[in-house]
Design a protein around this ligand. Sequence first.
Ligand SMILES: *Cc1c(COP(=O)(O)O)cnc(C)c1O
Length: 375
Amino acid sequence: MEFRDLKAQYQALKSDIDTAIQKVINHSNFISGEPVHELEKELENYTNMKYCITCANGTDALTLAMMALHIGEGDAVFVPDFTFFSSGEIVSFANATPIFVDVDIDTFNISAVELEKAIKQIFAEGKLKPRAIIAVDLFGQPANYDKIRALADKYSLVLIEDGAQGFGGRIGNKAACSFGDIATTSFFPAKPLGCYGDGGAVFTNDDSMAEYLRSICVHGKGSNKYDNIRIGMNSRLDTLQAAILLPKLNALKNYELDAVNKSANYYTEHLKNLVKTPVVLPGFYSSWAQYTITLSNLEERNGLQSFLKTKGIPTMVYYQKPMHRQEAFDKSLYADESFHNTNTLCDTVLSLPMHPYLTIDIQDQIISCIQSYLK
Ligand SMILES: *Cc1c(COP(=O)(O)O)cnc(C)c1O
């Protein structure tokens, strides 16, 4: 059994993907070839954003956002405590200070109440300049942007959407990667829209921001790449990856999002009386990067995970450790007791196999093993 079955997806899309790869090789235009531009247009259409700038990975996408916003030393950036390392790493990498914020116990996303407390505290301390909020669309569900946008406006902060796991999600008719002043995503293979290696993208509606981003992802280019008007990076999406993403984006739109939502509903229907199942807010639509249940305590979670492993069922713990406890950050900045929800979640969450090619048979097998362990 696969946790995320990329082989089944390849079998379903094989002829389109093989043809696309061969076409790129025939043209041998491996960097910035036509499929890259075509993909950027498709992604702009899908998210209803004016500009999509593809890049080398989701972490670079966030770093490019930091650079475009000129965030650096002395700046505070608010980041959820429960997320992949990258969301906080890129803040420190830009020499700014990540201020971690506890999350909502139901949605796993940044808590608006805790966020406002943290913003007020940094203003009151007067040491760092509050600059930006990085909201993460964790496990596929968009963060609570109505509330977060209101706080960004109230305190004049820039809103960055880390949509690495959120691509394909929505609030009403508004797509993930359209909620931030800048939004980013990742095409890491296991993400809702994944390529066959590393890839990422940045989204914005701002003309001058888009122009700046296009420059800094190619060595700070001016009129061409040998005219360098600023210090930048080398962060581009390979033509091969773009060609692979085009048929995968179609599959995502046409049936994969429906499929994961069906599977999520099926899990929830059969597990809701046994464990805490994921909560999707009214009007929100998840792309189910992960289907994550919550157990009563660490022993039960670890016990269930080991039991499922003996039955050949792969599961993952996203995430084992809160950001504020990571050795890489200045831990003296964070009081462990202000992260009650994240601390609890790290001990109790378990992500089950989830992907668009999951069958009812496999789900029944997983569900009955969970039932027999917890009874
Ligand atoms: C995967 C991920 C990233 C980083 O993406 P890469 O393409 O692996 O660099 C950033 N933020 C979140 C929330 C992620 O899940």
